[in-house]
Write a protein that binds this ligand. Structure first.
Ligand code: NAI
Ligand code: MG
Length: 476
């Protein structure tokens, strides 16, 4: 039975490496019904700022499996990143990047390294919600959600379990971001209980990355929020020596996209120089994903055999290690010639047909949410904040009392330090007791507005089930 997939040949070296990859898949016996779509430069230049048209979307919605060659993104603003659009539209929440060494055929300090980075792909600072609030201050909202954490962390543990991996490491910065990264860490601890056979650890992300760079052997699977994952997946790929060989999978419950990590390499396009390996290895992951694990194993073994036989494209070619310098086509033929053979020096992998379990989020019963106060942010260019404090105290209502003012999170009133540098963005915290509601908030805002001070946003302060769920001011 053929599995329908969508293929985009992309720009630059894209068509050459895609043709090479599809030839190998077909010779290896992959059962695929291929729909080809046009994305990228041509679509952008035709005036479509998203780089993808509606017929392409129809194919993606239909097949839900996308093998994508790199595209050339036109310079300048006004065009949207196609990758981000596809990721968000198809809900591809997990970005999986295996980073293993192919030493001595690709240069690395860490022969034998084999780490998989699983990065949350949709949330965190990449939600893309940014606002300039005052002349001097801009904010970007970092959104971490419980469903998002549960999904990606389950995915990481299922990945480890189905592939026989021993350990999952979680990296966050929850010593600073106690609520957002704290939630990611907490969910990690909760989900870990469902996988007692897998060793777990948590590290603060900065020391975690430093240790990875110095000693990647102590890691196996790493799961982490979006921004840290973006950074560490490049570090891990780079030190494994195989950035040019790296493939990646973007996985969601509704679809999956597989692509090489490198770009469209316009400098070598059309010259039969490009190394198709990144896309071939991405296609191997795709085959495993659609339940053709035996074909995935065949292709991967033949590719490993080609590499260890020293048949290398120019980007990998090293005198003394390589034996034959080939172009894209020669490399492709060499892989095809080795289908059915096993590598002797490099370790292979047996791809299993176990489809990942679909994760369905169970919403928890509603928590008891109690309003405890409000932060009112002011745009104010003065220096002596105690004047503002006096004005705001006069605006206190029966429900709310001014407790503190901070600047960039540092308390400046009451009892601030004259040394604290201040911008034009002030957070004024009002707290109250009893049962507070919207009417109390509106009353307070009306009184603050009548003072003539310019407030530019508010944040409510809540307790959930009796637990304070807002951060204190630095020094509070
Ligand atoms: P690039 O990865 O295309 O090229 C960097 C260098 O690596 C070049 O010297 C290139 O010749 C070489 N190279 C890349 N892939 C190779 C391969 N398979 N075999 C041999 N050599 C290879 O990155 P660059 O130059 O920053 O970007 C070029 C274009 O690619 C840009 O328009 C960029 O936006 C786009 N791009 C697209 C991506 C995607 O569609 N996923 C990802 C990254 C970049
Ligand atoms: Mg990146």
């Amino acid at each position: 039975m053929e599995t329908p997939i969508t293929v985009a040949k992309g720009d630059g070296i894209g068509p050459e490496i895609m043709d090479a990859t599809l030839r190998i898949l077909s010779e290896a016996g992959a059962q695929l019904a291929i729909e080809t779509i046009e994305i990228g430069e041509k679509v952008y230049l035709s005036g479509n700022t998203s780089g993808i048209d509606s017929s392409a979307w129809d194919s993606l919605r239909n097949t839900r499996v996308f093998l994508k060659a790199p595209i050339t993104t036109p310079q300048g603003s006004g065009v949207k990143s196609l990758n981000v659009t596809i990721r968000k539209t198809l809900g591809l929440y997990a970005n999986v990047r295996p980073c293993r060494s192919y030493a001595p055929y690709a240069k690395t300090l860490f022969p034998g390294m084999d780490v998989v980075v699983i990065r949350e792909n949709e949330e965190d600072l990449y939600a893309g919600i940014e606002h300039q609030q005052t002349q001097e201050v801009i904010q970007c909202l970092k959104l971490i959600t419980r469903p998002g954490c549960e999904r990606i962390i389950h995915y990481a543990f299922e990945y480890a379990r189905t592939r026989g991996r021993k350990k999952v490491t979680c990296l966050t910065k929850d010593n600073i971001m106690k609520l957002t990264d704290g939630l990611f860490h907490q969910v990690f601890d909760e989900v870990a209980l469902e996988y007692p056979e897998i060793e777990t650890e948590h590290m603060i992300v900065d020391i975690g990355m430093a240790r990875l760079a110095a000693d990647p052997y102590r890691f196996d699977v790493i799961v982490l929020p979006n921004l840290y994952g973006d950074i560490i997946s490049d570090i891990a790929a780079e030190i494994s020596g195989s950035v040019g060989l790296a493939g990646s999978a973007n996985i969601g419950d509704l679809g999956a996209m597989f692509e090489a990590v490198h770009g469209s390499a316009p400098d070598i396009a059309g010259k039969d120089l490009a190394n198709p390996s990144g896309l071939i290895l991405s296609a191997v992951k795709m085959l495993a994903h659609i339940g053709q694990g035996d074909v995935a194993t065949r292709v991967y073994d033949a590719w490993l055999k080609t590499i260890e036989d020293g048949i290398h494209t120019v980007d990998l070619f090293v005198e003394g290690i390589s034996t034959t310098k080939v172009g894209t086509q020669g490399f492709t033929q060499a892989v095809i010639d080795r289908l059915g053979r096993k590598p002797e020096k490099l370790a292979g992998t047996s791809y299993k047909n176990e489809p990942m379990k679909q994760f369905s989020y169970q919403r928890k019963p509603p928590a008891k949410k109690v309003l405890k106060g409000i932060d009112i942010f002011l745009d104010w260019r003065g220096h002596d904040i105690s004047d503002v404090a006096k004005t705001l105290q006069a605006a206190n209502t029966d429900s709310f009392t001014l407790k503190m003012i901070t600047n960039r999170g540092v308390k400046v009133w009451p009892e601030g330090f004259p040394e604290t540098f201040c911008t034009d963005h002030w957070r004024c915290r009002f707290q109250g007791g009893g049962s507070l509601g919207h009417a109390d908030v509106i009353e307070l805002l009306q009184k603050v507005a009548s003072t003539g001070l310019d407030f530019i946003k508010t944040e409510h302060l809540y307790e959930f089930d009796g637990v304070t769920r807002f951060s204190l001011g630095q020094g509070q």
